[in-house]
Design a protein around this ligand. Structure first.
Ligand code: HQG
Length: 179
């Protein structure tokens, strides 16, 4: 399976396991899971064919471990825009977390803090390198530090996805350190 094919299948999975399952007639359960056989059949019925072996390869080699398989089912580990309850327990964050963005968002972030925008939660990284990569998707990356310890002390809830992304509902501006 070449890299281009792997990325293509991965993007297809992201689209239908996070955002638009109905586009191929899929229904995810409330935690975001779907039977792998059902997914493969629905994709094929809508003109995109891939094998179980290809799916396993994508899941195993994905750079961000975006997908999780449990038994006969698969789900995206985070990043949904559709309503799912991942059932992740609340977790104690490290003292600082990081968020990668770009300069054009800073003014608004300075006044209203970080908001989940079209996703469920604000996504935060445990290290600056990862946050830099996240920001770089949109241009020259700018990395903000989040005083996660203070947020946690003040009652904000954090969860960590199966692939190590820290999630919280919003980050008010007073917890942010901007460049
Ligand atoms: C920005 C990818 C203005 C925020 C990545 C970001 C990540 C604001 C954008 C994951 C704002 C939202 C998530 C405010 C936030 N005013 N702009 N108040 N609050 N923003 O894609 O964090 O490849 O929803 O800075 O690697 O960039 O999909 O979030 O620029 O882990 O697996 O609004 O998506 O992973 O963009 O990325 P996104 P994100 P996957």
């Amino acid at each position: 399976m070449d890299d281009r094919r792997t990325v293509k299948v991965s993007k297809y999975l992201s689209k239908h396991l996070r955002h638009q399952p109905e586009r191929i007639g899929l229904t995810l359960d409330e935690a975001g899971w779907v039977e792998i056989d059902t997914l493969i059949a629905a994709a094929a019925a809508h003109g995109f064919r891939f094998t179980r072996e290809e799916l396993d390869h994508v899941v195993a080699t994905n750079d961000k471990r975006r997908f999780a398989i449990e038994g006969t089912r698969i789900r995206a580990s985070q990043g949904h825009s559709i309503d799912v309850n991942l059932g992740l327990p609340a977790a104690t964050p490290p003292p600082y977390l990081y968020h990668g963005t770009v300069a054009r968002n800073l003014e608004s972030i300075r006044s209203e803090g970080l908001r989940p925008m079209h996703r469920h939660d604000v996504h935060l990284s445990a290290d600056r390198e990862t946050a830099t990569r996240v920001g770089a998707r949109r241009g020259r990356p700018v990395v903000l530090s989040v005083d996660a310890a203070a947020m946690h002390r003040d009652g904000h809830v954090f969860r960590v996805s199966a692939n190590g992304v820290w999630l919280t509902q919003a980050v008010p501006p007073q917890y942010l350190r901007l460049p």
